[in-house]
Design a protein around this ligand. Structure first.
Ligand code: BGC
Length: 773
């Protein structure tokens, strides 16, 4: 764990420049607005280590999969979000020396992410090889209001010289993905133009044919006065620039304001993109930088009003949670149901920007409680719309009769992962998709979703499970062979407890929803059975038979569920006995050694106990927690949050706090040594869960919202906001007890420590710890 960034409740601050940490900082300081995003690359040239990243949501490329020995069932393509045209670039030359921090003496450096108002600021003073000192201030953001736009204000001041400075704002589409499987460039040029103060490049992706126009317009001032200086237009392959030569005066700043726009053929016809980009540029440049920044701050203030979590008395914990909430809001706004949440969001290429089970298992709860209902519903509809492809995907693997296997990794519904051996058999993702439907309906009460869409998905998923299990004549039970559980540090195992548990849960829930739908709307149910050729009697009988005869591995001596058959054969050395120098295992050990080891990458049995806690008594949860936690290395970002929630449930507040810090500061402190690839965006929703479900003990049962809060010793108080069925609540937990303020016009009754409290619109209830008022 590193402590590179300064602790501040509303900011992430880097003081001093450490090139070895630049890629981590580029990830942590990433910006986005749901529609586009970028890593915190420098505007000026940088020849040191960097990962360039500009991304346009939903624009991807199916790169041909790279495998040694091709086998039937491998996905042909690995879809990846594309590194798109670089719109931030501003090249600076002082006489014949290019400004490049890798080649300068960096005299001072400060970078600050202002999470309250949503912008990135960088100030530095640098000395070139010939001794010329410049001071630079750069502020930029991706606008939350004009979500196709970004803007940069870049000021440079000569400190100890007067000479010619050349400033060249540019757009460069001649870029590539670092993870390109065949070192291919994925964009072709369509057109480009450059004028005195504006220009654009329009590119088209190979294969997928997405078109994106990236356009810029700029103004320039010297010492606060607009300059009329002529620019020299430059055009190269997929590149436009405007070179401006100025006589720089000592102590006088030169300020370039660069407005930029990304518009894509997902939203307009390709032929209209240039006109649309010109319109957006006109709108934002007419507003000007200061107005745009004020609007940005106001848009963020509105977000924080509904999302903020306040932790009193622990600045590091406060910074951690705000960073997570900030990044989630930058990644996905829920405006567009074609989009989803890539595990790295707009902060890196890893995981290709694709959709994983992370969305259903981790992100849905966050959006359910902090955004309008339609946002979580859109996430569910995304999968509903891909049901046909999930059925095709299952067909390719030999399943039939409408069985659906959702992809582990997808952009458009087609399976597109690159890591066959690991992810292919992680069929548990199908269960998470079923669970998200349950979770959404449990939270919102929107039963109509089940009749309109949910049941169709549930039946298709259940059909898959019913075909995927095997009857074991030996055991006289059903078994689930050849799977990988959430713990990817063991592949192709038999009878992974979590997978079998969620499979059986899906079958039960499907039967329950069938029963409900027949009562609520028999004609609609009949239509559905015809649409999907559902043979009710026969198929339900099969589901029920599996439910009654499924085998779940269990150790009777230890009284625990077994992660999978044979888990106890492994050498049982606990994580605490592993030398720190050997971790993270994935970077230090061979894959062979990892697969044989007892070490668990992320919550697996415990993930099941978290989802289905009501089915197990507290002692069972405790025994399993006590057994599995000491064997878990948390090398998946999705792990600590589940452990935090369970630890809090078990009353182990100290461990819950440690897990909370780990999940919330995972990227800020680079716990897993991998933040340079990008931030762990989907696990950030897990961080939110660890506060609200962990310390807040929030649950929903039978349509009632309940809280069972615990206050970590390190905190004076904490508070969070949740929306529930039209009511908006502010919950504050302190040493004095729990106060719940209903800030909406909707009355609500909630449970706190098991006692019911009516909290009418606009009123507040104060409840002493562990006692009803
Ligand atoms: C985890 C998976 C997860 C993926 C994307 C992997 O490291 O093991 O569970 O879906 O990352 O976040």
């Amino acid at each position: 764990m590193k402590e590179y960034f300064k602790v501040d409740e509303w900011k992430i601050i880097e003081e001093g420049f450490d090139p070895h940490y630049n890629m981590v900082a580029e990830s942590v300081f990433s910006l986005g607005n749901g529609r586009m995003g970028q890593r915190a690359n420098f505007e000026e040239a940088y020849s040191g280590e960097t990962l360039q990243g500009n991304y346009v949501a939903g624009v991807y490329y199916p790169d041909k999969t790279r495998v040694g020995w091709w086998k039937n069932g491998y996905p042909e393509y690995f879809a990846k979000v594309l590194n798109a045209a670089n719109w931030i670039g501003i090249d600076i030359w002082v006489d014949d020396e290019q400004l490049d921090l890798a080649k300068c003496d960096v005299l001072s450096f400060r970078r600050e992410l202002n999470m309250k108002e949503g912008y990135l600021q960088r100030n530095f003073r640098a000395k070139t090889a010939s001794g010329k000192e410049v001071e630079v201030e750069a502020i930029r953001f991706c606008s939350m209001v004009d979500d196709e736009a970004g803007v940069i204000k870049y000021s440079i001041t000569p400190i100890n010289f007067e000479s010619e400075i050349t400033i060249t704002p540019f757009i460069d589409g001649d870029i590539m993905n670092k993870d390109s499987n065949y070192d291919e460039k994925f964009w072709d040029e369509v057109s480009k133009a450059i004028d005195a103060d504006n220009g654009y490049v329009q590119l088209r992706t190979k294969k997928t044919g997405f078109e994106v126009a990236t356009a810029m317009k700029f103004t320039i001032e010297q010492d606060g006065k607009p300059l009329e200086t002529k620019s020299n237009p430059i055009q190269k392959k997929k590149y436009i620039a405007a070179e401006i030569k100025l006589q720089a005066k000592q102590g006088q700043d030169i300020t370039l304001t660069k407005y930029a726009v990304n518009v894509s053929s997902q939203n307009y016809s390709a032929a209209d993109l240039v006109a649309r980009s010109t319109d957006v540029l006109a709108t934002i440049s007419a507003k000007g930088f200061d107005t745009m920044l004020a609007e940005q701050a106001a848009a963020w203030a509105e977000k924080w009003k509904h999302n903020d979590i306040i932790i009193e008395g622990d600045a590091a914990a406060q910074q951690g949670i705000r960073f997570n909430i900030f990044q989630l809001n930058q990644t996905y706004t829920g405006e567009d149901d074609r989009l989803n949440i890539g595990p790295k969001g707009f902060t890196g290429e890893k995981y290709g920007g694709s959709t994983y089970w992370d969305t259903e298992a981790y992100c849905v709860p966050f959006y359910l409680a902090t955004a309008e209902q339609k946002v979580a519903r859109n996430l569910l509809l995304y999968r509903y719309k891909q049901l046909g492809k999930a059925i095709d995907n299952a067909k390719l693997l030999g399943f039939k009769d409408g069985a659906a296997l959702y992809p582990m990794v997808t952009m458009d519904g087609t399976e597109c992962h690159n890591e066959w051996e690991i992810t292919f058999e992680e069929i548990h993702r199908n269960g998470a998709i079923g669970f998200a439907i349950f979770n959404y309906v449990r939270y919102t009460g929107d039963e109509a979703y089940l009749t309109d869409y949910g049941l169709e998905v549930l039946i298709a998923i259940s059909r898959f499970w019913a075909q995927r299990i095997t009857w074991s004549a030996e055991r006289q039970q059903y078994v689930m062979l050849g799977v990988t559980g959430p713990n990817e540090y063991e592949n192709n195992v038999n009878n992974n407890w979590y997978t079998s548990t969620i499979a059986v849960w899906c079958l039960k829930y499907t039967l329950e929803v069938i029963g409900k739908m027949k009562q609520a709307n028999q004609p609609k149910y009949n239509d559905l059975t015809v649409k999907i050729t559902f043979k009710e009697e026969q198929e339900c009988e099969r589901f029920a038979d599996i439910i009654g005869k499924m085998y779940f591995p269990h150790d009777d001596r230890l009284q625990i569920f077994l992660q999978q058959d044979g888990y106890l054969d492994k050498e049982q050395i606990l994580v605490k006995d592993l030398p720190a120098s050997e971790r993270p295992l994935v970077q230090k050990w061979s894959w062979d050694r990892i697969l044989r080891s007892v070490y668990i990458k992320q919550a697996d049995v415990l993930q099941g106990l978290y989802f289905f806690e009501d089915n197990y008594d507290i002692d069972t949860i405790r025994r399993n927690y006590d057994f599995y936690e000491p064997r878990t290395v948390h090398e998946s970002s999705l792990s600590p949050c589940v452990h935090a929630i369970l630890a809090a449930k078990l009353g182990d507040i100290d461990r819950a706090y440690q897990f909370y810090l780990r999940t919330s500061r995972l990227d800020i402190d680079d716990y897993n040594n991998d933040t340079e690839d990008g931030c762990h965006i989907t696990s950030m929703a897990g961080t939110w869960m660890s506060v609200v479900e962990g310390f807040g003990g929030m649950r929903v049962k039978d349509g009632v919202l309940s809280f069972n809060p615990l206050l970590p010793h390190q905190w004076r108080a904490f508070s969070f906001q949740v929306g529930f069925r039209g009511a908006l609540l502010n919950v504050r937990v302190s040493g004095d007890g729990v106060s719940i303020k209903n800030t909406s016009a909707q009355n609500i009754a909630v449970k706190v420590y098991d006692a019911s409290h009516a909290i009418n619109a606009g009123s507040e209830a104060l409840i002493k710890s562990n006692s009803a008022s």
